[in-house]
Design a binder for this molecule. Structure first.
Ligand code: F6P
Length: 541
């Protein structure tokens, strides 16, 4: 097996040496030296303006990072992905989520076949179904109109749909209730349906594999809940639809495959919210809203595929992350949307980023000798300011931040939006430039307090500006992060499209399930054995 090659690339060595020379340079110096920096270090595409000037980079840094991208053959890798090559090597699959948003009439070949007509057939079927439900034409088993929609799924079959529902709430059908059940904790289901009428409820069982324990358990509970009231197995056909790649398991569950919306094994779970997995999004925001979102994805895809790397938003974001993770030892990235509708965006990004690049071996199986994915996390501003920003400003970890700001509010109320915007700008400014001890002293602060009131600054951030949160903007932002993750994965040479790390826990859980209710001998470690015994005693086994 060949050793990981990244740290042996010429650009890597050059970046190491360069980092040693610039690591203490302060953003204050960089801005003083170049009054045009704030306008120069920007890029714009697909409705997203990126100001990356408050990053700890010089022109030389950017040149070397771009050289690194070339040496990692990023351009070829992008073409391999868009071209339908089986770049998910450990599962021998293509990675074609970009085909999900290809324009009608365009061509994306996979295994010698154009997949775009299939994509649009599914979109058209989804749209026809959504129109029927939204108009009230699709009725429940007792003839009542569907008033509540419950998506049952987990991971990529949940996080994208929930995030998109919240993000697009302004554009949604407010006459209907949307709920999302993911956790195998029965509380999730119980609370989601507590106030719903089964006769008016539609369940969407969303699972690529249709074998995921949590989803299948929740789906079975949902069926039992429905039938406890409607008392007729035939009701399932009117109250359950499925989104899956596994028609056989869908039928086995009892859902008519006529009520199934499919997708393909070249769509990874965390890259699937714009496939049929987005059925709840389409029901809420309407087929036109969904198509507008796809157009946003597509605009960013085209930019990523064609723009020179120096102006390429996903490439820049991805390379900046590599710079901080591998040269400044940053271990996390905060994503801070200044829009309440994006409250689930950081949670969505957690799966996208960490399930993709949380890997410790290269595509060829060699152990990496450099850091890979940072932890992504965040909360909407301004709430986070009153909780964890303290650490970002004065803590001992370097945490690069992505601030998402919007030109216009969807709910213009008084001066709220100006206040929100003033806050996001102030945070990025404070992080970058801080406040020196001399500045603190000049305010007459008692000497003992000076160290506490000093802000070191030099804490990097990107500011992403979008005019307004529309379906188009949402699609564009998601594709931006998808491709930034791709860029990082190419540099780190990891398999960004598998997730073997989640398997072991699943297998062990299957083994433990019968042990919890049994009384047999336990053959785990002493800690697990003792915890199982304690649980058994508590549940009365
Ligand atoms: O366990 C991880 C995972 O496989 C994710 O990658 C996926 O998004 C999620 O489970 C749900 O899978 P499915 O859609 O097949 O139920």
């Amino acid at each position: 097996m060949t050793a990981a090659r990244l740290t042996r690339l010429p650009a890597w060595a050059a970046l190491r040496a360069h980092h040693a020379a610039v690591q203490t340079t302060h953003l204050r110096e960089l801005f003083e030296a170049d009054p045009t920096r704030g306008e120069r270090l920007t890029a714009e595409a697909a409705g997203v303006f990126l100001d990356y000037s408050k990053n700890r980079v010089t022109d030389e840094t950017l040149k070397l990072l771009l050289q690194l991208a070339e040496e990692c053959q990023l351009r070829d890798r992008v073409e391999a992905m868009f071209g339908g090559e089986k770049i998910n090597v450990t599962e021998n699959r293509a990675v074609l989520h970009t085909a999900l948003r290809a324009a009608r009439g365009s061509t994306v070949n996979f295994d010698g076949r154009n997949v775009v007509p299939d994509v649009h057939d599914t979109l058209d079927r989804m749209a026809a179904f959504c129109d029927r439900v939204r108009s009230g034409d699709w009725k429940g088993h007792t003839g009542k109109v569907i008033r509540s929609v419950v998506n049952i799924g987990i991971g990529g079959s949940d996080l994208g749909p929930v995030m998109a529902y919240e993000a697009l709430r302004h554009y949604t059908d407010r006459t209907r209730t949307f709920r999302f059940v993911s956790n195998v904790d029965g509380t999730d289901f119980a609370e989601a349906v507590r106030d719903l009428d089964p006769a008016e409820t539609l369940f969407i069982v969303s699972s690529k594999t249709f074998t995921t324990q949590e989803t299948m358990t929740n789906a079975a509970t949902a069926r039992a809940w429905l039938l406890a009231t409607l008392k007729d197995d035939a009701a399932v056909a009117k109250h359950f639809v499925a989104v899956s790649t596994n028609a056989a398991e869908v039928s086995k569950f009892g859902i008519d495959t006529a009520n199934m919306f499919g997708f393909w094994d070249w769509v990874g779970g965390r890259y699937s919210m714009d496939s049929a997995i987005g059925l709840s999004t389409m029901l809420a925001a309407g087929p036109d809203g969904f198509r507008e979102m796809l157009a946003g994805f597509r605009a960013m895809d085209e930019h990523f595929r064609t723009a020179p790397f120096a102006q390429n938003l996903p490439v820049l974001l991805g390379l900046l992350t590599v710079w901080y993770v591998d040269f400044f030892d940053a271990r996390s990235v905060a994503v801070l949307p200044y829009d309440q509708y994006l409250k689930r965006f950081p949670a969505y990004l957690q799966q996208l980023t960490m399930e993709s690049n949380g890997k410790c071996v290269t595509l060829a199986g060699a152990e990496v000798d450099y850091a890979t994915s940072p932890v992504y996390w965040g909360e909407p501003g301004t709430n986070g300011q009153h909780s964890f920003y303290q650490l970002i400003h004065q803590g001992t970890n370097l945490i690069p931040c992505d601030f998402l700001m919007f030109g216009k509010s969807l709910n213009p109320v008084g001066r709220h939006h100006d206040l929100l915007t003033a806050n996001v700008l102030a945070q990025a400014e404070a992080l970058a430039f801080g406040k020196t001890a001399a500045e603190v002293r000049a305010e007459g602060v008692a000497e003992a307090l000076v160290p506490h009131k000093t802000f070191p600054g030099n804490r990097p951030s990107n500011v992403l500006v979008v005019e307004k949160l529309t379906p188009f903007a949402l699609g564009s932002l998601i594709a931006l992060y998808e491709h930034s993750v791709f860029t990082q994965g190419v540099v780190w040479d990891v398999g960004s499209f598998d997730q073997w790390g989640v398997e072991l826990g699943k297998v062990l859980a299957q083994r433990i399930v019968p042990e919890l209710s049994g009384a047999g001998e336990l053959k785990h470690d002493s800690s697990t054995n003792a915890l199982i015994r304690r649980y058994r005693a508590g549940r009365g086994a």
